[in-house]
Design a protein around this ligand. Sequence first.
Ligand SMILES: Nc1ncnc2c1ncn2[C@@H]1O[C@H](COP(=O)(O)OP(=O)(O)OP(=O)(O)O)[C@@H](O)[C@H]1O
Ligand SMILES: [Mg+2]
Length: 446
Amino acid sequence: MRLTRYFLPVLKETPSEAQIVSHRLMLRAGMIKQASAGIYSWLPLGYKVLRRIEQIVHEEQIRAGHIPMLMPTIQSADLWRESGRYDDYGEEMLRIKDRHGRDMLFGPTNEELITDIFRGHVNSYKDLPLTLYHIQWKFRDEIRPRFGVMRGREFLMKDGYNFDLDKEAALHAYNRHLVSYLRSYERMGLQAIPMRADGGPIGGDYTHEFLVLAETGESEVFYDSEITDLKFGDRAVDYDSVPECQAVLEEFTSRYARTDETHDEAVFHEQVPEARRRTARGIEVGQIFYFGTKYSEAMGATVVGPDGQRSPVHMGSHGIGVSRLLGAIIEASHDDKGIIWPEGVTPFHCGIVNLKQGDAAADAACEGLYKALLAKGLEPLYDDRNERAGAKFATMDLIGLPWRMTVGPRGLEKGVVELTSRRTGESEELSPDAAIVRISQIYAQI
Ligand SMILES: Nc1ncnc2c1ncn2[C@@H]1O[C@H](COP(=O)(O)OP(=O)(O)OP(=O)(O)O)[C@@H](O)[C@H]1O
Ligand SMILES: [Mg+2]
């Protein structure tokens, strides 16, 4: 992409309505525009990151054996009456009447709809285990939408649902989700810590929330500092292996880590030596849940078991806050100048700054780098505007591409361009060819 042809409406002023840094930076970098309270348009740069995050989520779900599909945003109230949640859900549910006077709603989640699909098509234990998921817009009429995409009313969520014959099999599905979530967040450059959470109105003893530590987080969290040393890394886990997935769960959840809802000061003191006790704030970027037969019993989702007996299936639901993740990543990775995207989610792989637009040698070198990056399957953003170098650097720093190539007549006389890391600010001079090799090596490891 060439900046002169792109749509990147960066703001010079710091928007006064934004209270936290991620919201400010997303507005300033021209990533989103508020359409109404808690509802945003995703401008091209924001949309690109959203798609990158979605892609990682898809890849990791599919790797875990979970099956993608797509359910509608608008649902019929009838199914929610069957589960009993139509009345329970309260004001957060956006209720709609169609022209025939039928009660509809904009889905805040999809347990009812997926259970209806399941009961219509699956009859036998032989079709289990089954985990279906989608990435779809949700609407929750939050009383206080705030912090930009962090607490929106309309937001993008990955929600997955497992169907299993018994509790044991459903807990394996739970563990599979935990493993796939750890992998997903790490690929996004994030540390998200699984913390024991509260079953809430859905109930259920097995639930963990994934929290990214950040001062602006809405949850208060309590944990053993050892937990922040855990890394999933690139280990290969066999998702079909019950003991392997169970071992990951134990490794990542045996230490004390709880949100304020489940925190118990006495247990905290008993289990964690004082020097390792931490209290902090966190952003919830996902949650996994085993809730047994709650929906399958209410809605008659049963299968015939090996013994010929019919019984309700054991279910769980598992969510990732796809759109919230943009805010969480920026909260975790920025500086005074702007965003610092982790390589895994960056909207463009590398920026190219032409210090002297119109200079024949500089223009030609930039074109060469641009085409060479494309040929390597990478997406460059070439700042080909007729602007001062300072303004170009400021834009690149604000939008946070992890790597920048700077090209000017003086360097070219020596046969070099400058490659700069957004994170460290360190630069090195390389020949254009060597710079291309370096960038492709960096992304080959992501
Ligand atoms: N209003 C929202 N805006 C953006 N993302 C959200 C919102 N509500 C939930 N999410 C994301 O969707 C994920 C799964 O949804 P879940 O039903 O667990 O949300 P929740 O526990 O009600 O969230 P919260 O406690 O933050 O209101 C959450 O972990 C969060 O990352
Ligand atoms: Mg939750």
